[in-house]
Design a protein around this ligand. Structure first.
Ligand SMILES: NC(=O)c1ccc[n+]([C@@H]2O[C@H](COP(=O)([O-])OP(=O)(O)OC[C@H]3O[C@@H](n4cnc5c(N)ncnc54)[C@H](O)[C@@H]3O)[C@@H](O)[C@H]2O)c1
Ligand SMILES: [Fe+2]
Length: 423
């Protein structure tokens, strides 16, 4: 077989990439007592993690090892971490020369640690190249260096982003203040410790926002043009778990919180491989413009995007594996899996939309931009730019139907009043 044929065959192969080790019981952090290859450990966290005593928990576990460990701690990660923070951490790493990085925190901390990992290991890595947009993460022109000197351990303390298992790091350019998702399987952590002891302190409003984000990761990955049977099983399990546990988790039930923590990672495993869609494209831009939490923007956008995606497409998505339009059937399958009622595909899709609106209501999320305190004038003034930016977002590429900019604009305008009842 000649090289060209082999390359073509490789292009058409489907594959999954996940961290080699995922531990998911309470006290999973104790894996650090016996993990191999740890001599010099760089711990990344934020001030919140320090105050809650979670950094100390990690230090104490490392202190239990028979072999002595050298440790250095960096707790200056801010929410939505910047390139300045990433470069600062990477410089400290260059002096300290860790063999292991342990990130403990929410998505911000884990993403910052991934960025530091990249710039510590690869002297010639550059943010400009790494942030470039791509049609397919698996065939991009900027080649990420392989990160092999150091291992990255991620310990999530929110149940939302899935960053502990994903190849993404969302970093804000300190010069332009624009958020960029760096995406490459080289950024997949080596170990994820999904330990529910660290999420007991998450306040209800954050539980609600991040929980709806988990639901969206699972739903978008299920209908994505990159979904496979391998990822769909993970997506469905996460969706069911959110419906079974989010409300109790919001009320403070610790068993439900632990289940949501697992659901977040399971959804992360799905979207790490099947990617997302326009729900995220729109929410990224709304969050940036109106300073609303990511999960809130996601929740408000979800009913509108599902209705849009389930309608017959004007323009088919171009992904080569997506042979026929099936998003409407996919949403109906989710509804059936949840035991929702409906005689037709359209009725089942709408039943799923209603189930999401009801769940959001039970966890206190107001489902319109108006109820989030955003004025009609502000939406009207920003909508053209937001729709254009959402169109160019990387998540748009794997949406099951390719939207026109005018479709995205209409969705954002509809979000002002929130979802209306469909007849
Ligand atoms: N890498 C990915 O795959 C991915 C996916 C989605 C979003 N993101 C990014 O992740 C970031 C958001 O992450 P997030 O939602 O986890 O929030 P976050 O990491 O920004 O944390 C928000 C706040 O919650 C606090 N906090 C964290 N854990 C806590 C706990 N257990 N108890 C009490 N307080 C706690 C933090 O100290 C911080 O002040 C954004 O930058 C977003 O763009 C990344
Ligand atoms: Fe998200």
């Amino acid at each position: 077989m000649n090289i060209k044929t082999l390359a073509k065959r490789r292009d058409n192969m489907q594959w999954m990439k996940l961290p080699p080790k995922i531990y998911f019981e309470k006290n999973a952090v104790r894996y650090l007592e016996k993990m191999e290859g740890l001599n010099r450990v760089f711990i990344v966290g934020d001030r919140g993690m320090e105050k809650l005593g979670y950094i100390k928990v990690v230090e104490d576990v490392l202190g239990q090892r028979v072999d002595p460990i050298q440790m250095q701690t960096f707790v200056d990660v801010e929410p939505d971490p910047s390139t300045d923070t990433v470069y600062k951490g990477a410089e400290m790493m260059k002096d300290f020369k860790p063999d292991t990085i342990i990130a403990i925190g929410g998505g911000s901390v884990m993403d910052a640690a991934k960025g530091m990992w990249l710039f510590y290991e690869a002297e010639d890595a550059d943010f400009f190249g790494a942030k470039q947009k791509f049609l397919d993460i698996r065939k991009r022109t900027y080649k990420f260096p392989k990160l092999r000197k150091t291992q990255l351990v991620c310990i999530p303390t929110t149940s939302g982003t899935g960053s502990e298992v994903t190849p993404f790091a969302v970093i804000t350019d300190s010069k332009t203040h624009i958020k960029y998702p760096l995406a490459d399987y080289a950024l997949t952590p080596n170990v994820a410790l999904v330990d529910s002891q660290f999420i007991e302190s998450v306040p209800p409003v954050v539980v609600a926002d991040t929980g709806l984000d988990v639901l969206c990761h699972a739903t978008e990955s299920f209908v994505s043009t990159m979904a496979t049977d391998y990822t769909r099983g993970l997506s469905l399990q996460a969706i069911k778990s959110v419906f079974d546990n989010l409300e109790d988790s919001y009320k403070g039930d610790l068993v439900a919180k632990a289940k949501m923590h697992d659901a977040s990672t399971i959804a992360g495993m799905a979207f790490a491989n099947a990617l997302l869609g326009i729900n995220h494209s729109i929410a990224h831009k709304l969050g940036q413009e109106f300073h609303l939490p990511h999960g809130r923007c996601i929740a408000i956008t979800m009913p509108h995007v599902i209705r849009f995606n389930a309608s017959q497409p004007k323009k088919r998505a171009i992904w080569s594996k997506y042979n026929y339009f099936r998003a409407d059937e996919d949403y109906a399958e989710i509804a059936r899996y949840l035991g929702l009622k409906g005689n037709t595909t359209a009725e089942l899709v709408e039943a799923y939309v209603q189930a999401i609106i009801d769940l959001a209501d039970r966890v206190g999320i107001k489902m319109s931009l108006k109820d989030q305190g955003i004025s009609k004038q502000a939406v009207d003034a920003a909508v053209d730019n937001l729709a254009e930016l959402a169109y160019t977002d990387n998540c748009t590429v794997t949406n099951p139907q390719e939207p026109l900019i005018s479709d995205l604009k209409q969705i954002i305008l509809d979000e002002y009043n929130g979802p209306q009842k469909q007849h």
